[in-house]
Write a protein that binds this ligand. Sequence first.
Ligand SMILES: [Zn+2]
Length: 296
Amino acid sequence: MNFFDLHCDTISKCFSKIKKSMLKNKYHIDIERGKSTFDKWFQTFAFWMPDTVNSDKAYDLFLKQYKYMEKFELPIYRGNFDANFKAILMVEGGLLLGKDISRVDELKNKNIKILTLTWNNENAIASGALSTGGLKPFGKQVVCELERKNIVVDVSHLNEESFWDVAQIAKKPFIATHSNAYDVCNHVRNLKADQIREIKSVGGIIGLNFYKLFLEDNCKNGVNALIKHIDYFLKQKCEDILAIGSDFDGADMPDDIKDITFVPTIKQNISRCFGEDIANKIMFENAKRFFDQTFN
Ligand SMILES: [Zn+2]
Protein backbone atom coordinates (compact mmCIF):
# COMPACT_ATOMS: atom_id res chain seq x y z
CA MET A 1 0.00 0.00 0.00
CA ASN A 2 0.94 3.67 -0.33
CA PHE A 3 1.14 5.94 2.71
CA PHE A 4 1.39 9.72 2.97
CA ASP A 5 1.82 11.01 6.53
CA LEU A 6 1.56 14.75 7.24
CA HIS A 7 3.24 14.66 10.65
CA CYS A 8 5.66 12.76 12.85
CA ASP A 9 8.25 13.85 15.41
CA THR A 10 10.84 11.18 14.70
CA ILE A 11 13.73 13.57 14.03
CA SER A 12 13.26 15.39 17.34
CA LYS A 13 12.64 12.11 19.20
CA CYS A 14 15.79 10.43 17.89
CA PHE A 15 17.81 13.60 18.41
CA SER A 16 16.68 13.94 22.03
CA LYS A 17 17.39 10.31 22.94
CA ILE A 18 21.16 10.69 22.83
CA LYS A 19 20.96 10.79 19.06
CA LYS A 20 19.45 7.42 18.24
CA SER A 21 19.41 6.38 14.60
CA MET A 22 16.56 7.36 12.30
CA LEU A 23 17.39 4.38 10.12
CA LYS A 24 16.73 1.76 12.76
CA ASN A 25 15.32 2.24 16.25
CA LYS A 26 12.60 1.01 18.56
CA TYR A 27 10.37 4.08 18.27
CA HIS A 28 7.21 4.50 16.19
CA ILE A 29 9.07 5.15 12.94
CA ASP A 30 12.37 4.18 11.46
CA ILE A 31 13.32 4.27 7.81
CA GLU A 32 13.88 0.53 7.60
CA ARG A 33 10.39 -0.41 8.83
CA GLY A 34 8.69 2.32 6.82
CA LYS A 35 10.33 1.33 3.57
CA SER A 36 9.55 -2.36 4.06
CA THR A 37 5.90 -1.68 5.00
CA PHE A 38 4.88 0.50 2.03
CA ASP A 39 5.16 0.57 -1.76
CA LYS A 40 5.25 4.37 -1.78
CA TRP A 41 5.95 6.20 1.47
CA PHE A 42 5.92 9.98 1.67
CA GLN A 43 6.64 10.94 5.26
CA THR A 44 6.58 14.42 6.74
CA PHE A 45 9.19 14.83 9.49
CA ALA A 46 8.84 17.73 11.94
CA PHE A 47 11.54 19.67 13.71
CA TRP A 48 9.70 20.19 16.98
CA MET A 49 10.31 23.38 18.99
CA PRO A 50 9.39 23.17 22.70
CA ASP A 51 7.65 26.23 24.21
CA THR A 52 10.09 26.19 27.10
CA VAL A 53 13.07 27.69 25.28
CA ASN A 54 13.56 31.22 23.91
CA SER A 55 13.55 31.89 20.18
CA ASP A 56 17.33 31.96 19.73
CA LYS A 57 17.69 28.65 21.57
CA ALA A 58 14.88 27.24 19.43
CA TYR A 59 16.60 28.35 16.23
CA ASP A 60 19.86 26.85 17.43
CA LEU A 61 18.03 23.61 18.29
CA PHE A 62 16.54 23.57 14.79
CA LEU A 63 20.00 23.93 13.22
CA LYS A 64 21.40 21.16 15.42
CA GLN A 65 18.51 18.81 14.65
CA TYR A 66 18.85 19.63 10.96
CA LYS A 67 22.52 18.77 10.96
CA TYR A 68 21.77 15.54 12.79
CA MET A 69 19.02 14.65 10.27
CA GLU A 70 21.40 15.26 7.35
CA LYS A 71 23.65 12.43 8.55
CA PHE A 72 21.03 9.92 7.44
CA GLU A 73 20.97 11.18 3.83
CA LEU A 74 17.21 10.97 3.52
CA PRO A 75 15.75 11.68 0.06
CA ILE A 76 14.42 15.15 0.89
CA TYR A 77 11.29 16.30 -0.94
CA ARG A 78 12.04 19.39 -3.04
CA GLY A 79 8.85 19.45 -5.11
CA ASN A 80 9.07 16.09 -6.85
CA PHE A 81 7.91 12.65 -5.82
CA ASP A 82 10.51 10.98 -8.01
CA ALA A 83 11.21 8.04 -5.68
CA ASN A 84 9.14 5.59 -3.65
CA PHE A 85 10.32 7.13 -0.40
CA LYS A 86 10.49 10.87 0.23
CA ALA A 87 11.12 12.81 3.45
CA ILE A 88 9.12 16.03 3.60
CA LEU A 89 10.41 18.55 6.12
CA MET A 90 8.35 20.79 8.40
CA VAL A 91 8.90 22.87 11.52
CA GLU A 92 6.44 22.52 14.40
CA GLY A 93 6.51 25.79 16.33
CA GLY A 94 7.10 29.22 14.76
CA LEU A 95 8.89 30.21 17.96
CA LEU A 96 12.20 29.71 16.18
CA LEU A 97 11.57 32.78 14.00
CA GLY A 98 11.75 35.04 17.04
CA LYS A 99 10.84 38.40 15.50
CA ASP A 100 13.22 37.95 12.61
CA ILE A 101 11.30 37.61 9.34
CA SER A 102 14.51 36.76 7.45
CA ARG A 103 14.55 33.38 9.16
CA VAL A 104 11.70 32.40 6.81
CA ASP A 105 14.34 32.55 4.05
CA GLU A 106 16.47 30.12 6.04
CA LEU A 107 13.51 27.73 6.30
CA LYS A 108 13.00 28.02 2.57
CA ASN A 109 16.71 27.35 1.89
CA LYS A 110 16.51 24.26 4.07
CA ASN A 111 13.55 22.86 2.13
CA ILE A 112 11.01 23.31 4.92
CA LYS A 113 7.61 22.91 3.26
CA ILE A 114 5.27 23.50 6.23
CA LEU A 115 5.41 25.70 9.33
CA THR A 116 3.13 25.05 12.29
CA LEU A 117 2.73 28.62 13.54
CA THR A 118 2.73 27.78 17.24
CA TRP A 119 2.98 24.88 19.60
CA ASN A 120 0.57 25.02 22.55
CA ASN A 121 1.63 28.35 24.04
CA GLU A 122 2.01 31.91 22.82
CA ASN A 123 4.89 33.10 20.67
CA ALA A 124 5.69 36.23 18.63
CA ILE A 125 3.36 35.01 15.84
CA ALA A 126 0.18 33.87 17.57
CA SER A 127 -1.25 31.87 20.46
CA GLY A 128 -1.54 28.11 20.71
CA ALA A 129 -4.37 25.89 21.94
CA LEU A 130 -3.44 26.30 25.61
CA SER A 131 -3.16 30.09 25.58
CA THR A 132 -5.27 33.15 24.83
CA GLY A 133 -4.95 35.87 22.20
CA GLY A 134 -4.92 35.94 18.41
CA LEU A 135 -2.54 36.51 15.53
CA LYS A 136 -0.07 39.34 16.23
CA PRO A 137 1.13 42.03 13.81
CA PHE A 138 4.39 40.09 13.34
CA GLY A 139 2.29 36.95 12.79
CA LYS A 140 0.44 38.63 9.94
CA GLN A 141 3.79 39.47 8.37
CA VAL A 142 4.87 35.85 8.85
CA VAL A 143 1.75 34.42 7.16
CA CYS A 144 2.29 36.74 4.14
CA GLU A 145 5.98 35.88 3.93
CA LEU A 146 5.35 32.13 4.19
CA GLU A 147 2.82 32.40 1.37
CA ARG A 148 5.24 34.45 -0.71
CA LYS A 149 7.94 31.81 -0.17
CA ASN A 150 5.47 28.97 -0.80
CA ILE A 151 5.77 27.44 2.66
CA VAL A 152 2.40 26.07 3.77
CA VAL A 153 0.80 27.51 6.92
CA ASP A 154 -0.16 24.78 9.41
CA VAL A 155 -2.98 25.76 11.80
CA SER A 156 -2.74 22.66 14.01
CA HIS A 157 -1.99 23.80 17.59
CA LEU A 158 -3.49 27.30 17.12
CA ASN A 159 -6.26 28.42 19.44
CA GLU A 160 -9.55 29.40 17.82
CA GLU A 161 -8.92 33.14 17.85
CA SER A 162 -5.58 32.75 16.10
CA PHE A 163 -7.11 30.26 13.66
CA TRP A 164 -9.79 32.73 12.56
CA ASP A 165 -7.28 35.58 12.34
CA VAL A 166 -5.19 33.43 9.99
CA ALA A 167 -8.30 32.53 7.99
CA GLN A 168 -9.05 36.20 7.53
CA ILE A 169 -5.72 37.17 6.01
CA ALA A 170 -4.57 33.98 4.28
CA LYS A 171 -4.64 34.10 0.51
CA LYS A 172 -3.39 30.55 -0.06
CA PRO A 173 -4.75 27.25 1.30
CA PHE A 174 -3.73 26.46 4.88
CA ILE A 175 -3.78 23.02 6.43
CA ALA A 176 -4.13 21.23 9.77
CA THR A 177 -1.41 18.59 9.69
CA HIS A 178 -2.41 16.68 12.83
CA SER A 179 -5.82 17.43 14.35
CA ASN A 180 -9.09 15.51 14.73
CA ALA A 181 -12.77 16.45 15.02
CA TYR A 182 -13.85 18.24 18.21
CA ASP A 183 -17.44 17.04 17.80
CA VAL A 184 -16.20 13.44 18.11
CA CYS A 185 -13.59 14.03 20.85
CA ASN A 186 -13.84 17.27 22.85
CA HIS A 187 -10.16 18.07 23.06
CA VAL A 188 -8.93 21.63 22.69
CA ARG A 189 -6.46 20.50 19.98
CA ASN A 190 -9.22 19.16 17.76
CA LEU A 191 -11.08 21.17 15.12
CA LYS A 192 -14.60 22.55 15.53
CA ALA A 193 -17.09 22.02 12.69
CA ASP A 194 -16.79 25.60 11.41
CA GLN A 195 -12.98 25.33 11.34
CA ILE A 196 -13.22 22.14 9.30
CA ARG A 197 -15.59 23.88 6.87
CA GLU A 198 -13.15 26.79 6.58
CA ILE A 199 -10.15 24.56 5.81
CA LYS A 200 -12.25 22.79 3.19
CA SER A 201 -13.42 26.04 1.63
CA VAL A 202 -9.87 27.39 1.21
CA GLY A 203 -8.62 24.17 -0.37
CA GLY A 204 -6.61 22.90 2.59
CA ILE A 205 -6.29 19.38 3.98
CA ILE A 206 -6.60 17.83 7.43
CA GLY A 207 -4.39 15.05 8.82
CA LEU A 208 -6.02 12.62 11.27
CA ASN A 209 -3.98 12.21 14.45
CA PHE A 210 -3.51 8.80 16.16
CA TYR A 211 -2.79 10.31 19.60
CA LYS A 212 -4.98 8.56 22.17
CA LEU A 213 -6.24 11.77 23.78
CA PHE A 214 -7.31 13.30 20.47
CA LEU A 215 -9.09 10.11 19.37
CA GLU A 216 -11.33 9.43 22.33
CA ASP A 217 -11.76 9.93 26.03
CA ASN A 218 -10.24 6.91 27.72
CA CYS A 219 -9.32 5.41 24.36
CA LYS A 220 -9.25 1.58 24.35
CA ASN A 221 -9.58 0.80 20.66
CA GLY A 222 -7.73 3.38 18.58
CA VAL A 223 -8.78 2.11 15.18
CA ASN A 224 -12.47 2.12 16.15
CA ALA A 225 -12.13 5.67 17.44
CA LEU A 226 -10.35 6.71 14.25
CA ILE A 227 -13.22 5.22 12.22
CA LYS A 228 -15.65 7.40 14.21
CA HIS A 229 -13.67 10.52 13.27
CA ILE A 230 -13.54 9.47 9.62
CA ASP A 231 -17.28 8.79 9.62
CA TYR A 232 -17.84 12.29 10.99
CA PHE A 233 -15.54 13.95 8.43
CA LEU A 234 -17.20 12.05 5.58
CA LYS A 235 -20.59 13.28 6.76
CA GLN A 236 -19.13 16.81 6.54
CA LYS A 237 -18.30 16.01 2.91
CA CYS A 238 -14.55 15.98 3.57
CA GLU A 239 -13.61 12.87 1.58
CA ASP A 240 -11.30 14.90 -0.67
CA ILE A 241 -9.47 16.81 2.08
CA LEU A 242 -8.96 14.10 4.69
CA ALA A 243 -5.47 12.66 5.19
CA ILE A 244 -3.29 11.25 7.99
CA GLY A 245 -1.01 13.18 10.35
CA SER A 246 -0.06 10.30 12.64
CA ASP A 247 1.92 12.17 15.32
CA PHE A 248 4.13 9.08 15.57
CA ASP A 249 7.06 9.64 17.96
CA GLY A 250 5.34 12.74 19.30
CA ALA A 251 2.46 11.26 21.25
CA ASP A 252 1.13 8.21 23.13
CA MET A 253 -0.37 5.75 20.70
CA PRO A 254 -3.30 3.39 21.35
CA ASP A 255 -2.41 -0.30 21.87
CA ASP A 256 -3.72 -1.24 18.43
CA ILE A 257 -1.61 1.42 16.65
CA LYS A 258 1.78 0.71 18.19
CA ASP A 259 3.94 1.97 15.35
CA ILE A 260 4.11 2.53 11.60
CA THR A 261 3.84 -1.21 10.84
CA PHE A 262 0.22 -1.07 12.10
CA VAL A 263 -0.81 1.35 9.32
CA PRO A 264 -1.82 -1.37 6.79
CA THR A 265 -4.30 -2.78 9.33
CA ILE A 266 -5.75 0.71 9.80
CA LYS A 267 -6.19 0.97 6.06
CA GLN A 268 -7.93 -2.42 5.87
CA ASN A 269 -10.40 -1.24 8.50
CA ILE A 270 -11.06 2.04 6.68
CA SER A 271 -11.58 0.06 3.45
CA ARG A 272 -13.98 -2.31 5.16
CA CYS A 273 -16.06 0.55 6.59
CA PHE A 274 -15.97 3.09 3.76
CA GLY A 275 -14.61 1.31 0.68
CA GLU A 276 -11.22 1.09 -0.97
CA ASP A 277 -11.46 4.39 -2.87
CA ILE A 278 -12.02 6.43 0.28
CA ALA A 279 -9.26 4.51 2.08
CA ASN A 280 -6.81 5.32 -0.73
CA LYS A 281 -7.77 8.99 -0.64
CA ILE A 282 -7.24 9.26 3.12
CA MET A 283 -4.04 7.22 3.31
CA PHE A 284 -2.33 8.76 0.30
CA GLU A 285 -4.07 10.49 -2.55
CA ASN A 286 -5.51 13.61 -0.94
CA ALA A 287 -2.19 14.67 0.57
CA LYS A 288 -0.31 13.75 -2.63
CA ARG A 289 -2.66 15.89 -4.72
CA PHE A 290 -2.30 18.84 -2.33
CA PHE A 291 1.51 18.65 -2.52
CA ASP A 292 1.49 18.32 -6.31
CA GLN A 293 -0.77 21.36 -6.62
CA THR A 294 1.24 23.39 -4.12
CA PHE A 295 4.85 22.62 -5.00
CA ASN A 296 4.91 21.68 -8.67
ZN1 LIG B 1 1.95 18.55 17.51
